[in-house]
Structure formats: C-alpha cells, structure tokens
Design a protein around this ligand. Sequence first.
Ligand SMILES: NC(=O)c1ccc[n+]([C@@H]2O[C@H](COP(=O)([O-])OP(=O)(O)OC[C@H]3O[C@@H](n4cnc5c(N)ncnc54)[C@H](O)[C@@H]3O)[C@@H](O)[C@H]2O)c1
Length: 311
Amino acid sequence: MSDRSQAGIVGAGSIGVAWAVTFARGGWRVRVQDPDPGRVELVRAEARERLDRLAAHGLLDEEPGPVADRIEAGSELAWAVGEADLIIESAPERLEIKRGVYEGVLAAAPEGAVVASSTSALPPSELFEGLAGAERCLVAHPTNPPYLLPVVELVPASFTAEATVARARELFGSVGMEPILVRSEAEGFVVNRLQGAILREAYCLLRDGVATADEIDLAVRGGLGRRWALTGPFETADLNTRGGIASHAQKMGPAYARMGAERGQDDPWTPELVAQVEAERRRLLPLDEWDSRVLWRDEQLMRVEATRRGK
Ligand SMILES: NC(=O)c1ccc[n+]([C@@H]2O[C@H](COP(=O)([O-])OP(=O)(O)OC[C@H]3O[C@@H](n4cnc5c(N)ncnc54)[C@H](O)[C@@H]3O)[C@@H](O)[C@H]2O)c1
C-alpha cells in the first residue's frame, strides 16, 4: 500500500482528465470515475498523450510512463472515492446531476476527505445545501487546463468548515495549483467576472464601430494579454507609472471614470480603495524595488517574444 495521497475524480470529460494529469504529475494516485464506458476507456490514453506533450516541453519532472501509471479509471463511484483524500466532481454543469453525485460521494468517501466541485458558475450554497457532510464541500473552479494554468478559485459556502478551506488550499497547493479564496458567492467568481468585464467592453467597441473583432483581439494578444501573462491588472498599472498604483490612479482615474460613466457604470476609485490597493502592492513590491521589477517584466516579455519567434 503506497503512502501517496489519492484523488478521486468524478466525471472524465475535459476537466476530469486534466485534473487527473495535474494530480498524477504532482505525485498523487488518481482514480477517475465516469458512468460512460467510452470515457472510462479513453482516460488513460488521453492523460498519457497530455503527459507526453508536457514531457516534450520539459515540463515533467519524471518520465511520462510512471506518471500515467498512477492514473486508474473505472465506472464505480465508491471505488473512485472510497480511499481519496480529495474528491473533485467534474460532471456536467447541471445542478441535479451534481447533487446526485455528492450524495454518492459523501456516503462513500473517507471522513476527512475534502469534496470539491469544478463548477464554472453554480454557487456552492446551491450545490451542497442540506447534504449530510456539506461542511466538507466547496467549489474549486479551475481554468482549463489546470496542468498549465495554476489558478484555482476556492469558493466556500457559509456552511463550509474553515478547516475544509484550509485543507483544500494545502491539497491543491501541493500539486502546484495557486488558490484564490473567493470570499463571497459572487456570480462568476473572480476569473469569469474579469473575463466578463473585458468581453462586455469588447462587444460595445464592436457595436460602436470603434474596431473590428480581430483588431480588438489584437489589442489583447499583441498588447495587454502579453503583459497580463506576467502581471495582473493591478501590478500592470503599478509598473506602468513611476510612483506606483497610487500615482497611476491619480493620473488616470478621471479618464477611467469617464469611460465607465459612458457605459452607465459608477464605481469610483475612492481614496480609501486606492489606499487599500496601494498598501497591498507596497507590501508585495516596496517602491525602492520598482525599477528592478520593471526590468524583470521587460526581460520576461523578451522571453515571451523569443518563444513566439521559435527561438
Ligand atoms: N471545460 C472547461 O473549460 C471548464 C473550465 C472550468 C470548469 N469547468 C466545469 O467542469 C465541469 C466538467 O466540465 P467538462 O468541460 O469537463 O465537461 P464534459 O462534458 O467534457 O465532461 C463531463 C463528464 O461527466 C460525465 N458524467 C455525466 N454524468 C455523470 C455522473 N452522474 N457522474 C459522473 N460523471 C458523469 C460525462 O460522461 C462526461 O464524461 C463542469 O461543471 C464545467 O462547468 C469546465
């Protein structure tokens, strides 16, 4: 009997297989379950194909074979979750299917296991309300594929135990995932709200004839997006203006407020809000390290460009 941690993945679609790759690569044993025999049949081959590709890019610390060997697939739910430390439900995005899954999972899982849902949009209070064992459950929303995009949004409901959240952070962190704790059940969590803000404005710009769809995409792929691969919106603004984010807000705040007002939005960057961001940024990057971080960003952009040119 191995002392490796074990994951039980319920649902062997795109996300289920991707989670299997993520946890097997992280050293875990993985059991994947799906009621569709066709999917069960394909899991190991699909995972192996992704592991081979990771290895070809030098992104795997072991040979792909032994990593793939840690993944098993089957159709029995109790088999998949009965010895798991972490269970990740990745079934279709339908409330009644997911709730049916949790009843089976909670009946078969070990007592200490954390139960997570990959849901893109369903709030944890609706998913888990009233289930015996709901305090062990939370949402863990990945971006696809999680073995290449480390962010995972952990969203507890009011009844999720703090110990569950802490354990989930630890378990996802142990395979290289970087959790965001979403502190309220905001629709779309954080990732899709940010994505939505950009997409809403993209549609407005297209509608108003300001640019074509491809030109709007170019604004992101040839500009904003390359920086965002390295720094988020706050750090980007922080590094764009000498003096950091407070200076940026002072210079640019009025223009951004006018753009928001044009779209019927009134969410001013109040002095208190800017001070809050500034305090967090300065904890992460004292101003006397600002110049070297700007150089770091430029170096990274050079590496991105060199990769893009195939060098
Ligand atoms: N695809 C994405 O980009 C993405 C990103 C983040 C989160 N998610 C979420 O992950 C979940 C899975 O999405 P997906 O894209 O992998 O879907 P998918 O359709 O590729 O896979 C779903 C799998 O669940 C299986 N299934 C059906 N009923 C089941 C049951 N009762 N028990 C167990 N498995 C069952 C299906 O046979 C299928 O293999 C959804 O909640 C989705 O919102 C998807």
